[in-house]
Design a protein around this ligand. Structure first.
Ligand SMILES: [Zn+2]
Ligand SMILES: [Zn+2]
Length: 379
């Protein structure tokens, strides 16, 4: 008897956590809950979990979409992308008809992470934002061995993706997307100095070259990864001084501060823009190149014009099934301290269809579908 008990204890202590769950075995969270952490060490901190819950509830209440975070140890022999997509569709994340669900899925012991986009939020701009969140927020966080920051920043990025998706801006000719704005910034940046076009902020070692990506992202992810690597190369390619022909030297992050204006330094510290300073020793001349982050939470300040505005939103009137809502957007400039407050309307909520297995109006399993758009990462 004792030996048998010992075996059970040993099995539970050593065997069980290593065993992966099947998709069917992952317990669906109760309605109105948006986080599942099944890792054996309970990786997610309560404060991060609370933020994820608040984010998910707010997005759902505003009728914009559903954002779910699932962490487990391993998907065993099943590829993590396939597992995550099957889980997404089994739970039906997102509202039926709108298909506005997004799943951030982490197989922690496998060192794999997947973003699954619902069919309503997988347009090229959404896909680009998803790749950027993966490459700039999630993978670097895990590589730093800071899984909580990886998940927290990743979820914030995916919230932005949902908020800025064209699905939620049907009347805008050009969708007000943070990602594309920042991207345009980098295109028009410092034209005088003629930097290479389409340059982004990603260092080459952080670009995703996950081999399976193209298959699931319909090729877009693969092209995106190749494009990002190409841009990173363009950014670091040698520069010659036009005046004297000497090879310029790229200054480090500390040295270059002396050549930047206060507003530019504020942009760098907020991560919205990165500047490269190329020094010519004989001429004592600097060439400054500006790289807007492909993905940023920071807005352009309407007063000083730097990308240093920290945004926060407050719901004034919640959207219902009958009418849209209204929210107040406060932008506080981290450089000139200017505060602007504006209001914007939020779309009416979409009633979940009764064909769903759950008849609740506030269900985590709304019936949204995904065909597999999104991004893959590993660390
Ligand atoms: Zn020179
Ligand atoms: Zn300002």
């Amino acid at each position: 008897m004792r030996a048998w008990l010992g075996f059970v204890v040993l099995f539970c202590a050593l065997g069980a956590p290593a065993l992966g769950l099947t998709v069917e075995e992952v317990p669906r969270p109760p309605k109105g809950s948006w986080t599942v952490d099944l890792t054996s060490t309970r990786v997610l901190q309560p404060s991060v979990q609370a933020e994820l819950e608040q984010m998910g509830t707010e997005l759902d209440d505003r009728g914009l979409g559903q954002l779910m975070v699932v962490m487990l140890d391993t998907t065993s022999s099943r590829p993590s992308r396939e597992f995550a997509l099957a889980l997404f569709n089994r739970w039906g994340i997102g509202h039926p008809g709108r298909d506005d669900g997004v799943l951030l899925f982490v197989a922690y012991a496998d060192r794999k992470v997947e973003i699954i986009l619902g069919d309503g939020v997988d347009e090229p701009a959404d896909q680009e934002a998803s790749d950027a969140v993966m490459a700039q927020a999630i993978v670097p966080g895990f590589k730093r061995n800071d899984p909580n920051a990886a998940v927290q920043l990743g979820a914030r990025g995916l919230r932005e993706l949902i908020e800025n998706s064209r699905l939620n801006h049907p009347n805008d000719a050009a969708p007000e997307s943070v990602a594309s704005n920042a991207f345009v910034d980098s295109l028009s940046a410092e034209e005088v100095q003629a930097p290479p076009p389409q340059v982004t902020w990603i260092p080459p070692e952080e670009t995703s070259t996950e081999p399976g990506l193209g298959v699931f992202a319909g090729g877009a992810g693969m092209l995106g990864a190749a494009g990002l690597a190409g841009r990173a190369w363009l950014r670091r390619r040698p520069r010659k001084c036009k005046a004297c022909g000497t090879q310029r030297l790229r200054l480090g992050e500390v040295e270059d501060d002396a050549h930047l204006e206060a507003g530019q330094r504020a942009e760098e510290s907020l991560g919205s823009v990165d500047y490269d300073v190329w020094w010519c020793e004989p001429c004592a001349d600097v060439l400054i190149e500006r790289y807007g982050a492909l993905f940023t939470f920071v807005a352009r300040c309407t007063k000083c014009n730097y990308v240093t505005g920290k945004q926060s939103t407050r719901t004034l009137r919640s959207a219902t099934y009958d009418h849209g809502g209204e929210e107040e957007v406060t932008v506080r400039c981290g450089h000139c301290a200017f505060v602007s407050v504006s209001r914007r309307s939020t779309p009416r909520r979409t009633r979940p269809s009764s064909s769903s297995s759950s008849s609740s109006s506030r269900s985590s399993s709304g019936g949204g579908r995904s065909s597999g758009g999104g991004s893959s990462g590993s660390w």
